[in-house]
Design a protein around this ligand. Structure first.
Ligand SMILES: Cc1cc2nc3c(=O)[nH]c(=O)nc-3n(C[C@H](O)[C@H](O)[C@H](O)COP(=O)(O)OP(=O)(O)OC[C@H]3O[C@@H](n4cnc5c(N)ncnc54)[C@H](O)[C@@H]3O)c2cc1C
Length: 494
């Protein structure tokens, strides 16, 4: 089949009945549910870009194996050019969503491609698992499927291992094996965009303790598999507010859901790791499967911080405060922050490394540095935006006030910006800024940047430990001490 159109994607969404709950209701028609309607259209727009001559050659390629056109996220990178080709889809799709949707289909396409590229890892525990991941990769590539993923367990008692939780199956685990496959029960938190995807893949961060065997699993399933429930978080917008009033929140709601498996059958051909603590814990460190998706996240994060910077500069300019030194300092801080991320993305690509298995991977240190900086830079960008926009961010009327003949004149008179910025321009800009830095929608975007790929506190700790392992001694310090000792001898001699 190869690349899908937006209509193909929407048809697939409409054809399914996944078990989705939102606000105490079972949602039976996702495509017409206000909260999901626009985000589904945004996703369809991305699929349509694959067919747009303006983008097609940049973000898709003809697959050598099938002769079909497929998305560049499915490229197995063998050199720097492959990484660049792949980056184009990350960039084009991130720009189409202003970096505000982190889990567009390229993200998990890249994860599964990384797993299939490293099928040797799965084969260590049995050829069938290696065959399964390669076949699954081909299946989602050739059908252009959209996946969500759920890595972490629900946040019940983090001081205890999975096997020590009060209920044996609070955390997702295997109840029994059957001829057809595994029966799994329990929960995983959380899966972004899950209700509107085609499939879900389950795997975990390295965290298993002895006794956790039944929880150390990896598999994939269609999102409407019987017994799989999705509990959505409360929506950040109700889907009925106009894009005039909420130009971002009304478009890019990425619904997050907790997944609950009620004795769900996972067919054997969809199992990649089966109750194996060692495999569960070594998946990340041995295969580096986080690296290729970190490239996607870095490119997407760069778009998001660049967008936030543009919004802050526009707000400051619109009300004539960007001549003040304090405002200039804040804006420069943001511009330089975005520039730092841009430089790090380039270094990660330029200094790519070839693994012993022939995979070109972006350099890890700059990617992890981005991961370390953005959880503080992005919230800081929101603080700067709130500070520069100040009270004006809260005082915006609605599009309806502009449309009302009784109030339209006051709108024009009292809501205009600096000379040359009309009331409508200023209000619409401030509303966009408030969506980003004030609305619940914007607060989720901050939380996303902090936590989307794990706890930044522990990630920084791991980063330092790796740094120390790779630097058993510090050459410059040794040299400075050696040189000064030599000099001290001369001093003593004199
Ligand atoms: C908006 C959003 C979207 C997300 N989307 C996805 C997704 O699509 N798929 C997915 O799998 N995950 C997703 N995540 C989840 C993400 O992986 C987790 O939020 C992240 O791993 C942190 O886990 P937690 O939220 O359970 O926090 P916890 O691990 O419970 O941490 C809570 C606090 O306790 C501290 N803490 C906990 N344990 C330790 C420890 N051992 N040592 C030191 N400090 C500790 C942490 O530093 C933190 O301050 C998403 C998260 C967010 C916010």
């Amino acid at each position: 089949m190869g690349i899908r159109t937006g209509a193909d994607y929407m048809k697939a969404v409409k054809s399914r009945q996944p078990e989705v709950y939102l606000g105490g209701r079972r949602i039976t028609n996702l495509a017409d549910e206000p909260v999901f309607k626009q985000p589904i259209k945004e996703m369809a727009r991305l699929y349509d870009m694959q067919h747009d001559p303006k983008y097609q050659n940049d973000i898709t390629h003809v697959c050598e194996e099938t002769g079909e056109r497929v998305n560049n996220a499915f490229i197995i990178p063998r050199n720097g050019e492959d990484l660049q080709a792949r980056r184009r889809v990350f960039e084009v799709w991130a720009e189409a969503t202003f970096g505000l949707m982190g889990r567009t289909p390229d993200f998990l396409a890249t994860v599964v491609t990384g797993m299939a590229t490293n099928d040797w890892f799965f084969r260590q525990y049995g050829d069938r698992w290696g065959d399964n991941i390669v076949n699954y990769y081909k299946y989602i590539r050739d059908n252009d499927l959209f996946l969500t993923h759920a890595i972490i367990n629900p946040q019940n008692d983090r001081s205890k291992a999975s096997n020590e939780q009060e209920d044996e199956f609070t955390h997702l685990g295997v109840v029994r094996e059957t001829e057809e496959g595994l029966i799994v029960r329990g929960s995983k938190m959380l899966a972004t965009l899950a209700p509107v995807t085609d499939e879900v893949i389950i795997y975990s961060y390295p965290s298993f303790k002895p006794g956790d065997e039944k929880y150390a699993i990896s598999f994939a399933l269609p999102i409407d598999t019987p017994g799989l429930r999705m509990y959505c978080r409360e929506e950040t917008q109700n889907g009925e507010r106009s894009t005039w009033d909420h130009p971002l929140a009304s478009r890019f709601e990425e619904m997050d859901a907790v997944l609950v498996f009620h004795d769900v059958l996972v067919p054997w051909e969809r199992v990649f790791i089966n109750q194996n603590v060692e495999a569960g814990n070594l998946l990340y460190p041995k295969t580096g499967i986080n690296l290729q998706p970190s490239h996607q996240s870095a490119v997407r994060g760069l778009t998001k911080i660049s967008f936030a910077t543009e919004v802050a500069c526009s707000v400051a300019d619109a009300v004539g405060v960007d001549g003040f030194l304090n405002v200039q300092n804040q804006l420069s801080e943001l511009i330089q922050g975005a520039e730092t991320i841009r430089a790090l993305v380039r270094v990660a690509e330029y200094e790519y490394v070839m693994t012993p298995h022939g995979e070109a991977v972006p350099a890890i240190v700059p990617l992890e540095t981005i991961r370390g900086i953005l959880p503080t830079l992005y919230p800081r960008a929101m603080e700067i935006l709130q500070t520069i926009g100040a009270g004006g961010l809260l005082m915006s009327p609605t599009g309806a006030d502009f449309a009302n003949p009784e109030t339209a004149e006051d709108m024009e008179k009292y809501y205009g910006g600096r000379s040359g910025v009309s009331a409508e321009q200023r209000v619409r800009l401030f509303k966009l800024a408030w969506d980003l830095c004030g609305e619940a929608f914007g607060q989720r975007l901050v939380q996303y940047e902090r936590y989307y790929s794990g706890d930044p506190v522990r990630k920084l700790g791991m980063f330092y430990n790796t740094h120390k392992r790779n630097n058993p001694s510090y050459e410059m310090v040794d040299k400075a001490l050696r040189d000064s000792l030599e000099m001290a001898k001369d001093t003593v001699a004199n």
